[in-house]
Design a protein around this ligand. Structure first.
Ligand SMILES: Nc1ncnc2c1ncn2[C@@H]1O[C@H](COP(=O)(O)OP(=O)(O)OP(=O)(O)O)[C@@H](O)[C@H]1O
Length: 228
């Protein structure tokens, strides 16, 4: 099943994802895929250059994400156009990766999606949603330190997002990352064992395992029959 994970700027998503990865969990990072699909060898790249012009390119030929970000920030119709180009490709790649993990037998797959709770079209596909929270003061000081920002600038970045308190109300699970690393790690371990032990889709899983075993048995039987 799918587990959607999100948070706010500098709330600790990467920190939490690192722990999940150490535990051997399957994690798909929507941000990484969004960057991959606009690489020069992909169709989305050509469509973006065709629609936005070559002035959004860096000298290396790659897309200047900051320049593109500035354009769509002030032109909502261009944001829609960019989303129409990139979203289907991002979703297709995510589906491919989900399928891969499904075949490999992972019980659940974490989708790390920055705007999960803002774009609530995605939450309906998630069996569980997780919010990585940190209290406002901790979030502000960690953001200022990590990005070397002045207080006003950091506050403006936090204010441009849906408040973490609001997202908490929308999430099934909240990991409070306001404390030290160890406290966060303990919460991730607890959530992981809860998800591993869950009986979600038990029937579907049993049917899938039985079907795979049945097909395997049939193939063995046929091979033995024809080779003997
Ligand atoms: N429990 C913690 N104790 C101390 N520092 C922490 C803790 N969790 C995260 N940090 C630090 O806070 C900063 C933000 O954390 P992190 O990068 O994990 O957040 P994020 O939600 O992934 O951020 P963004 O989405 O903005 O990239 C980092 O510099 C990280 O080292």
């Amino acid at each position: 099943f799918l587990v959607g994970l999100s948070g706010g700027i500098a709330s600790g998503k990467s920190t939490v994802v690192t722990v999940f990865r150490e535990l051997g969990c399957a994690v798909i990072d929507a941000d990484v895929i969004a960057r991959q699909v606009v690489q020069p060898r992909f169709l989305a790249y050509q469509q973006i250059v065709h629609n936005f012009g070559s002035e959004i390119l860096l000298e290396s030929g790659e897309i200047n994400r900051e320049a593109l970000g500035n354009i769509i920030f002030s032109h909502p119709e261009k944001r829609q156009l960019l989303n129409a180009i990139t979203h289907p490709k991002i979703q297709k790649e995510m589906l491919k990766q989900i399928f891969k993990y499904f075949v490999l037998g992972y019980r659940y797959v974490i989708l790390d999606i920055p705007l999960l709770f803002e774009t609530n079209t995605l939450t309906k596909y998630m069996k569980h949603t997780v919010l990585v929270y940190s209290d406002p003061q901790t979030q502000l000081s960690r953001l200022m330190k990590r990005n070397g920002l002045a207080q006003a600038e950091a506050e403006a970045r936090i204010a441009s997002q849906l408040p973490l308190e609001e997202k908490c109300k929308l999430a099934d699970h909240v990991i409070d990352n306001s404390g030290d690393w160890e406290s966060t790690r303990r919460q991730v371990l607890r959530l992981h064992s809860q998800l591993e032990d869950s009986l979600d889709f038990l029937l579907v899983r049993l049917v899938a395992v039985t079907a795979v075993a049945g097909i395997g048995g049939l193939v063995c039987f046929l091979l033995r029959h024809f080779l003997s």
